[in-house]
Design a protein around this ligand. Structure first.
Ligand code: ATP
Ligand code: MG
Length: 600
């Protein structure tokens, strides 16, 4: 599996990545605004309490005026109730908006993963995608639903309270401001470090998730090879690295917290000394000092929480970067602008016209060992078998038909239309593919078979199952409604292949692409499938990758793929007689010997 693509250097350590969230927040801007307003007002009502305290100390308490207490206490109570109501409003608006934003982000990400080309998915490990789609999205939700609001509100509170402190008694206010200078300096320095560390931790989580996923999926291989210990130690090394990274992160976080915890205590000490001096010199009343300190205590929570909130903001910024890498990955296989459905017959003519294809190498558009350069014309209703040595590019060539990969030169046409001029939805309806590896989903048998054609009727499903010799499904506990385990593990390889074949032949597509779909079947079942498949192949255009002579015999013509080029096309018996390379490829097939004898 590929390692994580590194984060673009420019994006590291920047809170500006948080602006990526705006498109998701915009639809809920009313609620978001309500959240901020509610939180701000609630905080501002807190500020009234110190002012009332000051008034109580300097007024009714100093004058012994009990009656004077009543209006002031009523005022304090009123503001207390208002604060509670605003608290409710904020929680309500904040939770609704953050959950909506999370849902939208999840959906966008999922759709993006679906639309990204196969080439993208081949370059990314599934654990990295999984951790982005789950833990990074949750990190963002936590920030949107909590941290983000309080970060802004607390900063605003700091500014407002700072101004009030200056107004109340400017020398003490200046003293408070001066103590924030080292706070800001070290804060900014450590935040940058924390961001880099949290990105590393998140990436490492992705790598671990990949390991767990591969270990679970490949459990049979691992067990059968007796390599559980080896796989474990590989995992453990990564887990140890994660622990080290987490510890480094925690160390930085501890420093940040320590700083933000320590700062108010120091400031309070400065205030008490300075305040005592101010009161004794008559520059400030006792009530004024009590009010000033009460006002300063309003700052305690905002300052204390800033360390934590900034850390959360940094983690969210790297989550945004990581998700952004998926959202920004280019959609290379997309509909051309203005494409319209084209008339495509059933069966259709499939042509590869001077088609070229190469996988981009790691260092740019360098071609790896498969470098296709093919011409092939499959007439409507014809079946062409694609034969070639392993690794000769057969799967690659079949992937071009449904645009799972896009040609890098030339074109593939259906009834004369370049397939890139067809909407992808239409193309993938008229072209059906069964792959080498039969992938089934955790759904019922029926849902698995009708995945490409949800509107298929029961008759069509029954017909497809018959063609694929998949009648065994009727013997399953709940027939077609039986749920298949993850990846169909509860079915045998041959059973899975037959279901995948049924899925491909369902609804009689215009072009059928079969990538060695019968490899897991026993000779008897294979013969039955071939017999039934003959009817289907008669009515559709088909490109069938074949390794075995028996599959080749299903085809009208055979194309031999060698070194990325089609070196011979013709009838099976002719190629066998005339092309030594073809003979060599199929000669080990004992079945073929008999066939060849018979055909002569
Ligand atoms: N995503 C990829 N990136 C780079 N090279 C690839 C990629 N996928 C396949 N290849 C290479 O392309 C070549 C052809 O692969 P392909 O799967 O088309 O072979 P094949 O003819 O289907 O083989 P088989 O008979 O074993 O199924 C191989 O050398 C393979 O290493
Ligand atoms: Mg293949």
């Amino acid at each position: 599996m590929t390692e994580t693509p590194p984060a673009p250097a420019a994006d590291r350590g920047r809170l500006s990545s948080l602006t990526r969230l705006w498109p998701f927040a915009r639809p809920y801007r009313g609620l978001v605004a309500l959240t901020f307003v509610g939180a701000l007002l609630a905080t501002l009502t807190q500020l009234v309490i110190p002012l009332v305290t000051e008034a109580v100390v300097d007024g009714p308490i100093a004058d012994g005026d009990r009656a004077g207490l009543v209006p002031l206490l009523a005022l304090a109570l009123g503001f207390g109730i208002a604060e509670a109501a605003l608290f409710f409003l904020r929680r309500w608006a904040m939770n609704i908006s953050s959950l909506q934003i999370e849902r939208d982000l999840r959906d966008t990400l999922y759709q993006r993963l679906q639309r990204l080309p196969i080439a993208f998915h081949e370059g990314w490990s599934s654990g990295q995608l999984l951790s982005r789609a789950t833990s990074d999205v949750s990190t963002i939700r936590r920030f949107v639903g909590f941290g983000g609001v309080f970060l802004v509100v607390n900063l605003v509170t700091c500014v407002v309270v700072g101004a009030l402190l200056l107004l109340t008694c400017w020398p003490l206010g200046v003293a408070v401001l001066v103590t924030t200078v080292p706070l800001t300096f070290f804060g900014v320095r450590w935040e940058g470090r924390y961001n880099a560390q949290s990105r590393q931790v998140q990436d490492q989580y992705g790598d671990l998730a990949t390991d767990v996923e591969e270990a679970v999926q490949g459990i049979r291989v691992v067990k059968s090879l007796g390599r559980s210990g080896l796989v474990f130690s590989r995992y453990d090394r990564k887990a140890v690295r994660l622990r080290r990274l987490e510890l480094e992160k925690v160390r930085t976080l501890a420093l940040i917290w320590c700083l933000f915890e320590f700062h108010p205590q120091i400031t309070l000490a400065v205030l008490l000394v300075g305040g005592a001096l101010a009161v004794s010199s008559g520059a400030l009343t006792v009530g004024g000092l009590v009010g000033f300190i009460a006002l300063f205590t309003v700052l305690l929570w905002p300052i204390l929480s800033l360390g934590f909130l900034l850390a959360q903001a940094q983690e969210t910024a790297s989550a945004c970067d990581r998700i952004g890498e998926l959202l920004d990955a280019p959609l290379t296989v997309t509909d051309r602008p203005g494409v319209r459905p084209q008339p495509v017959g059933t069966p259709a003519r499939l042509r590869f016209e001077h088609v070229r294809f190469g996988f981009p190498g790691a260092g740019g558009p360098v071609l790896t060992d498969v470098d296709l350069d093919v011409d092939l014309d499959v007439a409507p209703g014809e079946t062409v078998a694609l034969v070639g040595a392993t690794g000769s590019g057969k799967t690659t060539m079949t992937a071009l038909v449904a645009r799972l990969l896009d040609v890098t030169g030339g074109r593939v046409t259906l009834d004369g239309h370049d397939i890139r001029d067809l909407p992808l939805v239409q193309l993938r309806t008229v072209v059906a593919t069964a792959f080498e590896e039969a992938t089934l989903f955790s759904m019922s048998v029926r849902e698995n078979v009708t995945l490409g054609r949800p509107d298929a009727g029961d008759d069509q499903v029954a017909e497809a199952l018959r063609v694929a010799q998949a009648d065994f499904v009727h013997d399953l506990p709940w027939g077609l409604d039986t749920r298949i385990g993850e990846q169909g593990l509860s079915l045998s390889g041959g059973q899975r292949q037959r279901l995948a074949l049924a899925r491909a032949v369902l609804g009689r597509p215009s072009v059928l692409v079969l990538d060695d779909p019968l490899s897991a079947l026993d000779v008897h079942t294979e013969a039955l499938v071939e017999q039934a498949l003959r009817d289907v192949l008669a009515q559709t255009t088909a490109l069938v990758v074949a390794h075995r002579a028996s599959t080749v015999l299903l085809a009208d013509r055979v194309a031999l793929l060698e070194g990325g080029r089609i070196t011979a096309v013709g009838r099976h018996t002719d190629l066998l007689a005339e092309v030594p390379a073809y003979r060599a490829l199929l000669s080990s097939d004992s079945e073929l010997a008999g066939t060849a004898e018979r055909d002569r």
